[in-house]
Write a protein that binds this ligand. Structure first.
Ligand code: ADP
Length: 182
């Protein structure tokens, strides 16, 4: 399943599937502050991309300390088709400042990809797994940030939002259709 929205010549694609299969310049990981990629999408990324992603992540935390919630860290992507993994740390649902931090994680990931000169990026539904965010809430925050940031993008041409299951895909599609007037 795939649906494309266009804002300012930038393509926003919603797809259902496994983010590790996508051919994009950067894949965003839904990470935790210690970049311990033990479950969910993080585990899938390391399993397919290789242990070097975990080793680089460990090295990052050793040097810079844990990544703040709402922040990001960049590593290589090992054997994945992507060039980079952008590890974005989302909030846990129930954090009083959670929405602001989720917006910040998404904004930082998009800006970093653009700064790196990349033309395509794929994002999962950050914080909607173990961290408990409802899909609709994540979708609303993501679409608002994408709409705002699109104007500032110099290199990014394609943003793929990758939803793992049917329920997530259907809920995201509904929100994006409602918020992006084509
Ligand atoms: P968080 O801790 O931020 O909630 P999770 O990895 O637990 O992160 O879940 C984030 C989202 O990623 C969930 O919606 C989950 O269904 C989804 N997900 C899990 N595996 C994959 C995958 N291989 N590709 C894309 N999305 C995935």
């Amino acid at each position: 399943m795939l649906e494309t929205f266009v804002i300012d010549k930038l393509n926003i694609e919603l797809v259902q599937g496994d983010i590790t299969e996508l051919k994009v310049d950067a894949i965003v990981n839904a990470a935790n502050p210690y970049l311990r990629h033990m479950g969910g999408v993080a585990r899938a990324i390391v399993r397919k991309g290789g242990d070097e992603i975990q080793r680089e992540s460990d090295e990052y935390v050793r040097r810079h300390g844990p990544v703040p919630v709402g922040g990001i860290a960049v590593t290589g992507a090992g054997r994945l088709k992507a060039k980079y993994v952008i590890h974005a740390v989302g909030p846990k649902y129930g954090d009083p400042a959670g929405d602001v931090k989720l917006a910040s994680a998404i904004r930082n990931a998009l800006n970093k990809a653009d700064e790196l000169g990349l033309s395509s990026i794929a994002l999962p539904a950050i914080s909607t797994g173990v961290y408990g965010y409802p899909y609709e809430r994540c979708a609303e925050i993501m679409v608002e940030i994408i709409k705002k940031e699109v104007r500032n993008m110099r290199n990014l041409k394609r943003i793929v939002v990758c939803l793992y299951d049917n329920e997530a895909y259907n809920k995201f599609i509904k929100v994006f259709r409602g918020k992006i007037i084509q």
